[in-house]
Design a protein. Sequence first.
Lengths: 245, 301
Amino acid sequence: MLELQAVGKTFGELQALHGIDLHVRRGTVSGLIGPNGSGKTTLVNIITGIYAPDSGRVLLDGKDVSRASADQITRLGVSRSFQNIRIFNRMSVLENVIAALIGHHKPGLATLLGRAKRIGDPRVTAARRALETVGLLEQGDLFANELPLPLRRRLEIARALACDPKFLVLDEPAGGMTPAETASISELIRSRIAPGRTCVVIEHKMDLISHVCEHLCVLNHGEKIAEGDPRSVVNQPEVIEAYLG
Amino acid sequence: MLNDYLLTVISNIGMISLIALSAYLLLISGEISFGQQAYFGISAYAGAIATTLWGWPLWLALLFGSSLAALAAGFVGLLTLRISGLYFSIATLAFAEMVRLSLFKLSYQLEIDGELIGPNGAEGFGEIRWIFDNDVSVLEYTLLIYGILLLVLFCLVLIERSRLGMIFRMLGQDPLLTRIQGLNPVRYKVTAAILAGFIAGLGGTLYAHSFTYIEPQIFNVMLGVHALAYGLIGGLGTVLGPLIGVAIDIGFLESVRVFQGYRMIVFGGLVAVMLIFMPRGILDENRVYRLKNLAQRWFRA
């Protein structure tokens, strides 16, 4: 499904990633953890086309997408949320999700000139369905910036989910949440988001990772230091020293 | 009966509204252009040349002038693809100044009825007499301006409700997030620039035929600054925003005697106050959304 082969990235003097290999199998949920500055977000930005790798390759369903732009990657079926929440603040909650469905297939003139919120439009129906999945349907008419943080995170997930992506990347979906809110989003991901999907979840919160992930990869200083079953990985001495200790 | 002075003020509001709408379209797409006066000017000259020197009908001259303006705007849009923010603003200003200075060098005169007629550098372009040749009264011409303004407003309302309009607003808020939704910002940035150029162009040709005389100095940076300020005062939540801005400036500050001589001071102060207390204008997105919800509830009740 998704394969990274010896991916490297440098920013000036800083080597952010050193030859990372990663294989995410179809229909699995993989976790990506590591201390701050370990290269997790850089890796996600490479997978989603925001950065191009300096070395190595990114393969999606066997196709080399290392040089594809972010919009091309999205149209190939990759969706994501952001560590620092990014929503369209001056649009309604429903419009935020409809926004994800316009560019899913390259829109032609007729699509572009069609009414964005036409009742009966399949995009509006799909957007409502995504909002219902994350429990935000009732808030659909609110302005997005009126939502509290946990609901904004849910809105990001709804937006990423709306076009039924082949591959979903959730970057710290419980960032800034209380333990109760984390438990709630963790259960949402496990029961409603993950089933039947291929996902990568980046998180610091081990409760969430162990609750939703079948596979775990640990980064430190831009290098992969451990990989495998979450329960065994977190007990490895290098991981404890680098991250958990 | 409306007197000619009042009609001139009203028609001026209509024509300037077009350049304000043009700047507004770019503002909601996230770009601050200080150069919309260039497209207004290009179309003013091109449209006036078409009717006065080539004998074209006004509707064709309008289409020609506006298309030329749209073409120039598309060209500038392509040239400025990789820049945004302050750099984009400076680039648009530089282009507009280049156009204005080029108009000082533009000399294209033909002999009509034994007289040399046409633009002649700093002397400007007089004798744009379509309005007299066709016996069009000030009232009729004002109605024509407002007919075109209404048509543009209607099209912009449709665009705002469309997916294209949604993309413009997405771009205005977060270009990277827009790209992550599978949309190539380049395509829509250039589309917005072309549409904005065309709308400014409509205003330009109408302006030239209304005042019957144009010169390069009219299309200076202050026209572009005003065009921007109208949207920022009136609000960026609806196409009516820039019209409110124009009405406040030309309809109120310029027309009310007590402000005469102080207009620019009051206007500058107003812009500063608005930017501090209402950075997206009177009718910003939030207020427009609340008003729409209120209206919907009222209609349902």
